[in-house]
Design a protein around this ligand. Structure first.
Ligand code: TNX
Length: 717
């Protein structure tokens, strides 16, 4: 049953906790009275199977556990097989609390709802006793059996402790699948005992590793991997929290890191460097070669033994089939099989994998491309990432589908135009995630019935532009988008953004902060009129402002009077929550004075320097920078500006950069002064006078790439 908003608002007075839960329970019946948890309250746990959950609960609510069947003044955990598998009943009356689950998972979900009825600090330092909780009867079960999050631990490494932290946070949202992207072009992250070099060498890039430091920042050795023992501990930790770990080995494409160690997996033809500017672009397993079959079998067999999940994700996305086209062995195989589309070779490879999986009693999970021809076994589970249409097509073919198109579910996408993150799929915040509607997206009833759930993905190639030790970036990208994901997975229907947002602001932001999550707040609404700024928020946050060039933040009280609106930025904060930085339009306005770029490095004829000078697109050098290399920008007329940003590398990514270096400016074109250090290939300099020339000096040799990209200067008036 879904309650109408008016009733919800009424209830929120009486059962503030229950009506603020995320995800929202199916059925809440308010009762009069309260139960008081005290030092003498016990956890009653008659079944040994539930013992780990009693232990789990004790970490948050410090009570004694007793095994007796019943007791007054108790929190009782029990199962009732008549309830839906992951469903539960939560009864709170004046004598105690009973959590009854359809399974261990159901009990776990009931415990999560109970925790949400307690003060948010329960997540931070445990419940302070005595503590009161409102009497209530909740009956609840999830709409979707698959409620997933994917972490790309290949591009940016997250160690076992960080995974356990995410398992905790996700499980508080009743997420029940963690999909780990364990291999990609840039790394191999799981120990394979029969081929230890895969992780021991392939888990690291840069420095002395044969794996190139693709994302620039780490000329030094960077990376890590999970030993099988660590992974078993992660799996156990997750299992207690009702989360199944689904491993992904991305095959047959996205395999450059592994090919670096096992070149025998690649198609055998002489590399023609001219179309790739000297870069070896082969990264897919050859479908025709026999000598890599044992390797494939060894890897997949160990993965099957290590992970208890019935599905193993074997990738299947973005295979660059030009490799197979150019490979004489693949072409011969196609002739023998009577195939005329290279993409059909992927079917052969996937069928081979399926038979290995089947030997171990497992089924394949794949990205949607691998289901294109429909020849893949129907026991496969398809992860639809390219579009809603791709999801529908897979469903129509009869596959179970995890819906996760980038436009709604790629949480590496930026949340508003000027924030960090990709933008190729869409720019969206949590409200779009909550608004996903399969019917509106054209799913027929039969297709909808094949949807087993949703998944949010955090791809991490852009994470490398942040401090890898800091958890802030993924936290900020994931939350509150994961909260909205959890809501649609659990309730299956749209409660509507205003009601959901009320729950976020009512309690859930505080819970996230207590969990230690540096989550995103919606930006304050900024107004500049009659020489003064005001900033409005509706989430209980406080607004702070900063003067450009200053690091210090000041609390905004009332209005800020200024006649230079371009020099201020604003953001709101509440607990650990933080909004993106907002500014007046004039803050971003740039000018494009004529400038000439020269360098100690040769320029690429395809992207000559002149282009950067004309502020169109990017220029490129013909080689990576060396210690002492420089870029020199000379203005035709000295530029009058408040700041200039120079950027080497891709628009969103510190790749093809000056790995280290500094910026000098000159007022007369002859005398230069060192004014800023490059961080991630970029620097912003503040200026008060005129700038005649600007020089970027490289202090590192090499960047793991073949060239340096030079972005147009951003010059602010
Ligand atoms: C597409 S999704 C990819 C990833 C990238 C991601 C970035 C998919 C199966 N492939 O390799 O990391 O976009 O958003």
């Amino acid at each position: 049953m879904k309650l109408p908003l008016s009733l919800l608002l009424l209830l929120s007075v009486a059962v503030a906790g229950a009506s603020n839960t995320v995800p929202y329970p199916n059925n809440i019946v308010e009762r009069p009275g309260k139960f008081t948890l005290t030092e003498s309250t016990v956890i009653v746990c008659p079944s040994t199977a539930l013992r780990p959950l009693a232990e789990y609960l004790r970490q948050y609510v410090p009570l004694r556990t007793v095994a007796h069947d019943t007791a007054a003044n108790a929190v009782t955990l029990r199962t009732d097989r008549a309830l839906p598998d992951e469903g539960y009943r939560l009864d709170i009356d004046e004598c105690g609390v009973t959590v009854t689950g359809g399974s261990c998972g159901g009990v776990f979900n009931g415990i999560q709802t109970l925790l949400q009825l307690l003060p948010p600090q329960v997540y931070e330092r445990g419940l302070q006793l005595p503590s009161e909780v409102d009497c209530v009867a909740i009956e609840d079960a999830p709409k979707y059996g698959y409620r997933g999050v994917m972490l790309d631990v290949a591009r940016t490494w997250m160690d076992a402790d960080r995974l356990k932290r995410y398992i905790d946070i996700l499980s508080h949202h009743k997420i029940n699948r963690l999909h780990l992207h364990l291999s990609d072009d840039e790394a191999w992250r799981i120990e394979i005992k029969s081929h230890p070099e895969l992780a021991a060498v392939g888990g690291f890039r840069g420095g002395d590793s044969p794996i190139a430091a693709v994302y620039g920042k780490w000329g030094e050795r960077y990376g890590g991997y999970y030993t099988q023992e660590q992974m078993r501990s992660i799996i156990r930790y997750a299992a207690v929290r009702n989360i199944e770990i689904i491993p992904e080995i991305d095959l047959p494409g996205h395999s450059r890191a592994m090919a670096q160690l096992h070149p025998e997996i690649l198609c055998d033809y002489p590399c023609d460097n001219s179309p790739s500017m000297g870069y070896e672009c082969r990264n897919a397993w050859c479908v025709a070669r026999d000598d890599s079959r044992t390797l494939l079998d060894d890897i997949i067999s160990e993965i099957c033994t290590l992970f208890p999940s019935p599905y193993i994700h074997i990738g299947g996305d973005e295979v660059e089939t030009s490799q197979w086209e150019r490979c004489p062995d693949c072409r011969a195989l196609m002739r023998r099989r009577g195939l005329n589309d290279e993409r059909d070779l992927e079917d052969i490879f996937m069928q081979r994998l399926d038979s290995i999986l089947r030997r171990h009693g497992k089924s394949p999970a794949v990205w949607n491309e691998a289901s294109r021809t429909g020849r893949l076994t129907r026991t496969a589970r398809v992860y639809g990432w390219e579009s809603m249409r791709a999801c529908r097509e897979a469903a129509a073919k009869g596959y179970g589908v995890v819906v996760m198109p980038g436009q709604w579910f790629y949480f590496d996408m930026r949340q508003s135009p000027r924030e960090d993150g990709h933008e190729w799929a869409a720019i969206f915040d949590a409200s779009k995630v909550l608004g996903v509607d399969l019917e509106k997206e054209g799913f027929t009833q039969r297709e909808s019935a094949r949807v087993i759930g949703f998944e949010g993905a955090f791809w991490s190639e852009l994470y490398t532009s942040h401090n890898p030790e800091s958890t802030d970036y993924p936290d900020y990208m994931l939350f509150p988008r994961v909260c909205a994901l959890a809501e649609i997975c659990w309730t299956g229907e749209r409660s509507g953004w205003p009601e959901f947002y009320r729950r976020l602001c009512g309690s859930h932001y505080d819970r996230l902060s207590a969990m230690g999550v540096v989550h995103r707040l919606f930006p304050p609404v900024l107004k500049y009129a009659d020489g003064a700024f005001t900033a409005a928020t509706d989430d209980g946050s406080q607004v702070f402002y900063r003067r450009e060039g200053d690091t210090a933040e000041h609390r905004l009280r009332g209005e800020l009077r200024t006649d230079t609106p371009q020099s201020y930025t604003f953001r709101s904060r509440r607990g650990l929550g933080v909004s993106p930085e907002m500014a007046h339009e004039s803050h971003y306005r740039t000018i494009t004075p004529a400038v000439v770029l020269t360098s100690s490095m040769p320029e690429s004829p395809r992207a000559p320097f002149e282009r950067a000078a004309q502020y169109r697109g990017q220029a490129r050098t013909l080689r990576a920078g060396r210690d002492g290399d420089w870029l020199l920008f000379v203005f035709e007329q000295p530029a009058e500006c408040r700041s200039i940003t120079v950027k080497t590398g891709y628009k969103h990514m510190p790749r093809s950069i000056f790995d280290a270096g500094y910026v000098e400016t000159s007022a007369d074109g002859r005398h230069f002064e060192r004014v800023a250090e490059l961080v991630g290939g970029t620097a912003t300099i503040e200026s008060e006078g005129k700038i005649a020339a600007l020089r970027v000096v490289c202090t590192a040799t090499g960047n793991g790439c073949r060239n340096v990209l030079i972005q147009p200067l951003e010059i602010r008036r």
